[in-house]
Design a protein around this ligand. Structure first.
Ligand SMILES: Nc1nc2c(ncn2[C@@H]2O[C@H](COP(=O)(O)OP(=O)(O)O)[C@@H](O)[C@H]2O)c(=O)[nH]1
Ligand SMILES: [Mg+2]
Length: 287
């Protein structure tokens, strides 16, 4: 398989970095969204530089699509490094109600210190950061469902940005910060493509699907067997042929219609037809 050097993150993400850093300064807490299927690849490589010493919470989003064993492995891994973690499904709202109590817990000491200094209690400010498609807008919508009002502008934040008031004592910036994913490892590009974090066509579809099938054969052989009747010992060609025949993806003359097979596999992967799957593995951890 050829690993081409590909630009799968647009340059404007770098340009917005300074802006994000400025906004982060105003926050009491930062929510960093990870894709639970990609707890390593979806982590921004410069996160520490961006948020410095701000308290933060790592949210493993799309828990419904991930392999729960892997999610727990990585949550523990990040917890051991001092991060606060929570797995959520922003689309259905699962566990979203746990965010606020955990945020209050994280900020408890800070609030107590401020109170001891005689400072008036004030709303806690927070914002969401994450790579494209990780679910930032979905989470903002989910959180604002219970929001009473949108509050007025705050100095230092441009007019177009608003705060969403979450209860009496919590305010969320309604504009998330868009970060770029890890990209130094070519494997990461495939992981991002499989989950739809980067657009189809950035990497050759054949390559992405071949990578996915080989990956599934290695880590989830039972799922391939169940869905397509693929055996663990099959070659890549045999896997494609098995899917093609089962789904009637044959061109005139009996040749395999690879474009259709690709679509079937990618759609199945992203719609949980093969069960909860994760594409980073423990050996990918090298932070
Ligand atoms: N299954 C599932 N889908 C999600 C979840 N959160 C977001 N999505 C979907 O992921 C896609 C990208 O979400 P979006 O909020 O637009 O991502 P953003 O680019 O980070 O703002 C949308 O199709 C969402 O419906 C989740 O927890 N589970
Ligand atoms: Mg969005």
């Amino acid at each position: 398989m050829t690993h081409k050097q590909i630009q799968w993150f647009p340059g404007h993400m770098f340009k917005s970095l300074r802006e994000i850093k400025e906004r982060v300064k105003l926050m009491d807490l930062v929510f960093v969204l990870l894709d639970a299927r990609l707890p390593f690849s979806s982590m921004n490589p410069e996160l520490y530089k961006i948020i410095s010493h701000k308290p933060m919470m790592l949210l493993f989003n799309k828990m419904d699509l991930a392999d729960d064993n892997i999610t727990h492995y990585y949550m523990k891994y990040y917890q051991e490094q001092g991060y606060h973690t929570l797995k959520i499904d922003a689309a259905s709202g699962k566990n979203v109600h746990k965010i606020r109590p955990l945020a209050e817990e994280i900020l408890k000491e800070k609030l107590a210190r401020e109170k001891a200094k005689g400072l008036k209690t004030r709303a806690l400010r927070c914002m969401i950061l994450g790579i494209p498609n990780v679910g930032k807008s979905t989470l903002i919508n989910q959180l604002s469902k219970s929001a009473a009002t949108r509050v007025a502008n705050t100095p230092g934040v441009t007019k177009s940005q608003q705060w969403i008031k979450l209860g009496d004592d919590f305010e969320l910036l309604d504009t998330p910060g868009v970060l770029w994913p890890k990209f130094d490892d070519p494997k990461v590009g495939y992981h991002l493509a499989i989950t739809g974090a980067i657009k189809d066509k950035i990497l050759p579809e054949d390559d992405v699907v071949f990578y996915a099938l080989e990956y599934l054969q290695r880590f989830y052989p039972d799922r391939l067997k169940k869905r397509y009747g693929i055996e663990a010992t099959m070659s890549l060609e045999e896997m494609l042929e098995t899917i093609g025949k089962q789904r009637g993806c044959l061109l005139k003359g009996g040749e395999l219609d690879l474009a259709r097979i690709n679509q079937i596999v990618l759609t199945d992967l992203r719609n949980k037809q093969l069960g909860g799957l994760s594409f980073d593995r423990p050996h990918d951890v090298s932070v």
